[in-house]
Design a protein around this ligand. Structure first.
Ligand code: SF4
Ligand code: SF4
Length: 377
C-alpha cells in the first residue's frame, strides 16, 4: 500500500480507503467487521462510515472492527458525518456515532451532504459550524471536513464560505464525472485540504454497466476497477480513493486491481479525458457548459441522472432516486416548473443533447411513478 499526505494535517492516508456503505449483510455485524479487518490487513488506514449507512448498522460494524484494530498498534483513521441542519442537533448525533464506533474522538468529522449551494450558509447561520468548532476545541473531533455533491465553481465558493474551517473534503470523483468535479478537487487542494474521493465506480454504475464503459479500459486491464482506480489515483490532488466493499472478495478484487495500477502521465491523462468525451455520444459529460440557465435550473444534474436511463431504461425509479437522493431534487415537475423553454442550454450543450425532450421524459417517469404508488396505497 502506498500513502499520501492528507492535506496539511500531517496524516498519511492509504491510497485506497474503505467506504462503509455497501456491506452485503449489515445485520451480521461480526461477519461484516471481518471485511473491515481484511481491508485493514491489506494496508487500508482510512475508513469512512456514517449514520444511516447499511440499515444504520455501518457505524456498529466499524465499532466491532475498531476494537480489534486498536490491538494492532497500527495507525488508522475514522471518518464519519452528520447532515443535520441545526447546531443543537450536532452533538447528540456525534455522541451516538462516538458510542457506536467505540472511540474517544473522530479523526475526520464531516459536514455531510451539501448538495445545494444554499445549504452551507443555512447551516452556518443555524450554528452547525460553531458546534463543529466546539467539538474540535474539546478534542472530540481531530479534523473538521466536508462531504459534498457540489460541482464546478460551487465548491470553491462553499469552501470560502466556511472561512478555512475545513481541513478535508469528501467528494464524488470518477472517470466519467471529472468534468464536473475536478475544479472542486483542485479548489480544496489549493486550500491545503486533504481530498478523499467517493463514487470511484460511479456509485456502482461503472461496474453494473462494465460492458458499456469498456472504452475506459486499456490493454491488459482485466476489470473496470483498473481504469477507475487509475483515473482517481492519477489526479495528484487526491489523497485517498474510497472503494465500497461488500465482502472480503471485494477487498481482494480491489487490491488485485490496485496492485496493477500505473499512474497516467499528464499526456495520457489528457488523451484519456478526450477519449471519454468522444466515446460519450448521447451521454451528458457533466461539462456544465449549460450552467448559465436564466432561471437557474441545475441542468447538469438532470442530464447526469438521465445518463442512467440511457444505460438501462427499465429502471425509471433508479433515475428518480438518483435525482432525489444524490442530487437533492425530490420533485422533477416542481424543479423544472420555471423552465421557459428558451433552449439556451441546448444551444450551448457540447454533446448537442435534446435537453428539453429529456426533461419531458423525466417528467413522464415521475408521473408514472406517482400513478404506480397511488395504485398501491
Ligand atoms: S430551456 Fe429551460 S433549462 Fe434550458 S436554459 Fe432555458 S430555461 Fe434553462
Ligand atoms: S452542456 Fe450538455 S453535456 Fe455539458 S453538462 Fe450540460 S447537458 Fe451535460
Amino acid at each position: 500500500m502506498r500513502f499520501r499526505p492528507y492535506g496539511n494535517t500531517g496524516i498519511q492516508t492509504s491510497e485506497i480507503g474503505m467506504g462503509g456503505m455497501r456491506f452485503e449483510n449489515p445485520d451480521q455485524i461480526e461477519e461484516m467487521a471481518q471485511v473491515v479487518l481484511h481491508a485493514f490487513d491489506k494496508g487500508v488506514n482510512y475508513f469512512d462510515t456514517a449514520p444511516f449507512y447499511c440499515k444504520d448498522k455501518s457505524e456498529n460494524i466499524f465499532g466491532v472492527a475498531i476494537s480489534e484494530m486498536k490491538k494492532s498498534g497500527k495507525p488508522f483513521y475514522i471518518s464519519t458525518k452528520t447532515g443535520v441542519s441545526r447546531g443543537e442537533e450536532v452533538r447528540p448525533q456525534f455522541e451516538r456515532s462516538l458510542e457506536r464506533l467505540g472511540v474517544d474522538a473522530v479523526d475526520f468529522y464531516h459536514v455531510w451532504c451539501l448538495v445545494r449551494p444554499e445549504q452551507l450558509p443555512e447551516r452556518k447561520l443555524n450554528g452547525v459550524l460553531d458546534e463543529f468548532r466546539k467539538l474540535k476545541e474539546e478534542g472530540l473531533v481531530r479534523h473538521i471536513c466536508v462531504s459534498t455533491h457540489l460541482g464546478d465553481d460551487q465548491v470553491a465558493t462553499m469552501l470560502d464560505q466556511a472561512e478555512g474551517l475545513f481541513e478535508g473534503m469528501l467528494i464524488g470523483l470518477n472517470a466519467i464525472n471529472f468534468n464536473f468535479r475536478l475544479k472542486g478537487v483542485r479548489a480544496a487542494a489549493q486550500r491545503g485540504m486533504g481530498v478523499a474521493t467517493m463514487n470511484t465506480l460511479g456509485g456502482g454504475m461503472l461496474a453494473d454497466h462494465a460492458q458499456h464503459y469498456r472504452y475506459l479500459m486499456r490493454e491488459g486491464d482485466e476489470s473496470i476497477l483498473e481504469p477507475a482506480l487509475r483515473f482517481n489515483l492519477s489526479v495528484p490532488e487526491v489523497s485517498v480513493a474510497l472503494v465500497g466493499f461488500r465482502n472480503k472478495r471485494d477487498v481482494d478484487t480491489a487490491f488485485e486491481a490496485y496492485e496493477k495500477v500505473e499512474l497516467l502521465s499528464d499526456a495520457e491523462m489528457r488523451d484519456f479525458k478526450t477519449g471519454v468525451v468522444e466515446s460519450s455520444e448521447d451521454f451528458c459529460t457533466q461539462c456544465n457548459y449549460c450552467r448559465d440557465c436564466p432561471v437557474e435550473i441545475p441542468i447538469v444534474r438532470f442530464m447526469e441522472a438521465y445518463n442512467g436511463n440511457l444505460l438501462d431504461d427499465s429502471q425509471p425509479q433508479s433515475v428518480l432516486n438518483k435525482l432525489r437522493y444524490h442530487w437533492g431534487i425530490p420533485e422533477v415537475e416542481a424543479a423544472l416548473a420555471a423552465c421557459t423553454e428558451c433552449r439556451q442550454c441546448e444551444n450551448v450543450c457540447t454533446q448537442h443533447l435534446p435537453i428539453l425532450k429529456r426533461f419531458e421524459t423525466l417528467r413522464q417517469m415521475e408521473r408514472e411513478s406517482k400513478a404506480q404508488k397511488a395504485k398501491h396505497t
